[in-house]
Write a protein that binds this ligand. Structure first.
Ligand code: AMP
Ligand code: MN
Ligand code: MN
Ligand code: MN
Length: 282
């Protein structure tokens, strides 16, 4: 019983599957437990829990919170993702916090559309909006899919190489939650805070050490080690970091949908034996 997959998306944020279809896929792939961790929303959790109950799969409520973090006052802000697991989704502190972050997304998406128009690509906001099932959760992935549909690029990964990232067309700086707020909301709701895919952040080694220290001081308990967003060298690097800081280790595909993710639910390599899994406290 160790095939836990604790990072996945549905159409409630930027995934392609309904939460029921995601649960069915997890069962098919032999998962022992699954967490749904949509960006900044818990809207998919009720349907997912029902689907999991019907198929006898253990389900863990989750969320992936967008955070802006700076190592010091002079540095540029980095966007981080903090996963919350095993919380009470009805908790008003968490719900209000998530509601606040979602509110900025539509305005941001309009500015992204303006930035595309600046280089002669018109109607991108409207095109991306069509791809967002949950309109309040419009994000960069929906723009990436719109770029693929228009034939500008031949895959969402390529869309993020040419557009949508700092310095490229379609990128708009945005202020998300603070690290302290995101952790406070998760803990207020009785959940465990996990640093999502630390290897993805463009930070110097010393900045990563600072970030992991701050995260721990603020109540963070776990980091993702085996994630679809890490390369094999990063699996090893963050296994060492988990030990260095005494973090519980998490594992998850970061699955978004067919053709868009390296791994399906349950298919990322298992956690190394010498780490303590985060599910030991869930
Ligand atoms: P947003 O929260 O709107 O900034 O969108 C962030 C999402 O964009 C991430 O959760 C990923 O799903 C997606 N994303 C970011 N960078 C990439 C990339 N290089 N390739 C594929 N998807 C990406
Ligand atoms: Mn995503
Ligand atoms: Mn993420
Ligand atoms: Mn994710």
């Amino acid at each position: 019983m160790n095939n836990f997959d604790l990072h996945n998306h549905s159409i409630a944020s930027d995934g392609l599957l309904t939460s029921s279809a995601l649960i069915a896929l997890a069962v098919n792939n032999g998962c022992d437990a699954l967490a749904l961790t949509d960006h900044d929303t818990t809207a998919g959790l009720v349907e997912a829990q029902k689907a999991a109950d019907a198929l006898n799969l253990r389900f863990i409520p989750g969320v992936e919170i967008s955070v802006s973090w700076t190592p010091n006052a002079d540095a540029k802000s980095t966007t981080l993702h903090i996963v919350g697991l095993g919380f009470d989704a009805e908790n008003p502190v968490l719900a209000a916090g998530l509601n606040g972050i979602r509110e900025g997304r539509t305005a941001r998406a309009r500015l992204m559309g303006d930035d595309f128009a600046r280089i002669g690509m018109h109607g991108m906001f409207e095109a991306a909006y069509e791809f967002a099932e949950n309109k309040s959760m419009i994000g960069r992935t929906h723009f990436a899919r719109a770029l693929v549909a228009r034939g500008e690029v031949n895959g969402v990964g390529k869309a993020f190489n040419r557009y949508l990232t700092p310095g490229r067309p379609g990128f708009v700086t945005h202020r998300w939650a603070s690290l302290g707020d995101a952790l406070a909301w998760i803990m207020a709701a009785g959940g465990v805070a996990v640093m999502a895919h630390p290897g993805r952040y463009k930070l110097q080694k010393t900045e990563m050490t600072q970030l992991l220290g701050e995260f721990k001081d603020l109540g963070g308990r776990s980091i993702e080690v085996m994630t679809g967003s890490h390369s094999p060298p990063q699996f090893r690097e963050y296994a060492l970091r988990a030990k260095e800081f005494g973090f519980l280790a998490s594992r998850g595909a970061d699955y978004h949908g067919p053709g868009e993710s390296h791994y399906e639910p349950g298919q990322v390599p298992l956690l190394p034996d010498d780490l303590t899994p985060v599910w030991s406290v869930l």
